[in-house]
Design a protein around this ligand. Sequence first.
Ligand SMILES: Nc1ncnc2c1ncn2[C@@H]1O[C@H](COP(=O)(O)OP(=O)(O)O)[C@@H](O)[C@H]1O
Ligand SMILES: [Mg+2]
Length: 252
Amino acid sequence: MEPLVRLHGITVRYDGRRNGGLVAITDVDLDIYQGEVVGIVGKSGSGKTTLLKVLAGLIRPVKGEVVFNNHKLNGNSFRVGVLFQSPLLLPWRTVIKNILLPIEVLGEDVSKYLSRALELIEKVGLKGFENSYPWELSGGMQQRVALCRALIHRPSLLLLDEPFSSLDAITREEMWMLLQDVISHEGCTTVLVTHDVREAVLLCDRVVVIGGKPGRVRAEVRVDFKRPRDLKLQYTKEFNDYVVMVRGLLGD
Ligand SMILES: Nc1ncnc2c1ncn2[C@@H]1O[C@H](COP(=O)(O)OP(=O)(O)O)[C@@H](O)[C@H]1O
Ligand SMILES: [Mg+2]
């Protein structure tokens, strides 16, 4: 099977006037297959966000190539949805208008996406809040809105950058289950960047460990639990074995 996205020999350098530039990641090879949920774990500064930005077409690597569906990537030739740590909603727009924003930006007919927006809102448990403003919602609810916005245009690839790290532990667990449910319903290929090893093991089919300076792929671990996964899985020996293994690969 051909991968949906292939990263080959990716090196990213940030130009800095003082230190002559910083190589953030180097020689990164990564294949992502249709429908997979791939976790990327690494310590702070290891280049996780940089890698995600390469996948989003926001950064051009100085070396290597990104091949999408067998076509070389040129900027925005495929659709990605991105969810960051903070929801980044526009405060003067209602929930539904925030969710429909990418459609406006793409210059497409917003009315054609109205029923999809309402369906996503219901799916994430926000029915009744369509016309609320972001400041009327809790942090977890705002992140649900941001998830709908990331998905509205049916992206080929959903990119998540530490999306739950600012939520409390219980809300985070709720969001894990919600994300699993939404991903399987939408059938979207997903890359989840996190420094939370438990989150990666619970949600992902495969966990890619990056580390070093500059960041490189250190190891890949396939997680063989069947889906859907339950929160109780966290309390099993098998789960903890994976967590200990991935944690070990991260280094000191
Ligand atoms: N825009 C930038 N300009 C210069 N250096 C950057 C920039 N963004 C990230 N870096 C540096 O690149 C390295 C990797 O950063 P990043 O990809 O954000 O790591 P992570 O998301 O794993 O914390 C870090 O050393 C960071 O300081
Ligand atoms: Mg980051």
